[in-house]
Structure formats: structure tokens, C-alpha cells
Ligand binder design. Structure first.
Ligand code: SAM
Length: 240
């Protein structure tokens, strides 16, 4: 089947990302697997090709507006679901070592198939709660970058994501246009967990009328040992 990749190509051009033919084929195959598996499990509400290109693929890649991906090497996607933003980041920036973490095993089975079919290397899936993973030495403070989209409000999300980040690294959250209220609410959590707000980048998503705000937190010092608290607590009792 012939796919119209124009919007993806234009978006990548705007983001200064050069896609090879192999990378374009990987995006197409990822789309095909997404819609195929979506028939038997809940992966995404967005299945129309052009919408997947803009609202999933280009949205994931829009992180380049906030950070220079070529300078980062290790990345964890917390609550990756169907692989956003982790898989598009891996396709576009193959040098990245990516960990895709989620508590739903079925979604990780899908992602393992995507990894195999797209022949991606330097990427793995990890099954479990973010709160538990961050207590393990192989993950705690091991990543240059922790990313997360559509998982929870920022105050609790910081507790799930920031323990994974090395000192000097970044936690970047993909938020809707109205991030300011969440940011104000999360200011104590950011500080307590060892971070400092670096910046926010607000823009309209390429090819859509959707607003996106990227919240960039720099890890300034180690996260105190008592965080994250036990699974479920960050959501129930966020640090406020
Ligand atoms: N990031 C993807 C996206 O933007 O399409 C998925 C978003 S989906 C709404 C939220 C995902 O986060 C789900 O797959 C869920 O299983 C996962 N999740 C929520 N809380 C989690 C936790 N504490 N630890 C690990 N995964 C979690």
C-alpha cells in the first residue's frame, strides 16, 4: 500500500531531522503493527494514518524543540503504552539507548514485536511500576533523559520519572497547552526530588491545531532515598 508521508517529511524537516528511506519504512511498519494489534487490544484511539503521523510520531519528535537529542545517550520512556514517545525517538535517533517501561505486560508484548520487526537495536522493554523500577540499581539515576507523555499530573509524574535521571540530565514531560497550573502545583515536588525547572516550550503541534507544552526539568542533585514512595502513593498523595 502507498502511504503519503509528506507531513512526516515536512515536520521532520522543520525539526531538522533527516530521515533515511529505512527510517521512513520503520515508521510505516510501526503504523501497520499499531493498527493491526489495536484490533485486539487497546493501544490508541488514533488510527487514521495522517493523524498518527502528526499526533503520535511528530508529537513524539517535537522534543527537539526543547533539547539537543544528539548530546544525549540514554533515555527511559516512563508509561510508554504503545511506544510514545520512545519508539519514534529510537527510529529518528538510532544512537539513543532506550528503555520502554510500562506496568501493562500486553502493551510490552506489542512493543517487543515492534522492536523485532523494525530490527531496532539498543532498545528494551521493562515490565513493572515506575515506582518499583526506580529503586533498582540498574535503573536509578542511570539515564541522561527521562520522558513521559499522558501518564499523570506533573506533581506525581515527577516522583515516577526524576529518580531515573542522572545528575545533570533532564526529565521532559509532554503536557497539553495548559501546563502552567500543573507546573505551579509541581514546584515543591521538582525541588524535593532534586530538580530545577529549566524551561517550558509551548507551541502548536506540527500539522494540527493542538497545543503542546514541553516541561523541561534539570536534575541538579540526587533524589533522596525515600523517593519514589511505594507504588500508588505518588498518585494518591503527591508531594504538594
Ligand atoms: N505514553 C503513551 C502515550 O502517550 O500514548 C501511553 C499513555 S497511556 C494513557 C498511560 C500508560 O502509562 C499506560 O500504558 C499505563 O500502563 C502506564 N502507567 C501508568 N502508571 C504507571 C506506573 N506507575 N508505572 C508504569 N506504567 C504506568
Amino acid at each position: 500500500m502507498a502511504y503519503d508521508l509528506k507531513v512526516l517529511e515536512e515536520g521532520c524537516k522543520a525539526y531538522k531531522i533527516a530521515l533515511s528511506e529505512v527510517q521512513k519504512e520503520q515508521f510505516i511498519r510501526y503504523y501497520e503493527l499499531l493498527v493491526e494489534w489495536n484490533k485486539v487490544m487497546n493501544l490508541t484511539g488514533i488510527t487514521e494514518f495522517q493523524e498518527v503521523l502528526t499526533k503520535h510520531f511528530l508529537d513524539s519528535l517535537s522534543i527537539v524543540k526543547a533539547v539537543d537529542m544528539t548530546k544525549l545517550h540514554t533515555c527511559i520512556d516512563v508509561g510508554t503504552g504503545a511506544g510514545f514517545p520512545g519508539i519514534p525517538l529510537k527510529i529518528a535517533f538510532p544512537h539513543l539507548q532506550i528503555t520502554l517501561l510500562d506496568s501493562l505486560k500486553k502493551r510490552l508484548n506489542f512493543l517487543d514485536t515492534v522492536i523485532e520487526e523494525l530490527k531496532l537495536e539498543g532498545i528494551c522493554t521493562v515490565h513493572g511500576r515506575a515506582e518499583d523500577g526506580a529503586r533498582k540499581a540498574e535503573h536509578r539515576e542511570q539515564y541522561d533523559l527521562s520522558v513521559s507523555r499522558a501518564v499523570s499530573r506533573l506533581a506525581s509524574l515527577c516522583e515516577l520519572c526524576m529518580p531515573y535521571v542522572k545528575e545533570g540530565g533532564y526529565f521532559i514531560s509532554y503536557k497539553s497547552g495548559k501546563a502552567q497550573e500543573e507546573l505551579t502545583e509541581a514546584s515543591k515536588a521538582i525541588f524535593v526530588l532534586g530538580g530545577k525547572l529549566d524551561k517550558t516550550e509551548a507551541f502548536q503541534l506540527f500539522g494540527t491545531d493542538m497545543e503542546r507544552t514541553l516541561v523541561v526539568v534539570e536534575k541538579k542533585k540526587k533524589t533522596p532515598k525515600q523517593y519514589p514512595r511505594k507504588a500508588g502513593t505518588p498518585a494518591k498523595e503527591p508531594i504538594l
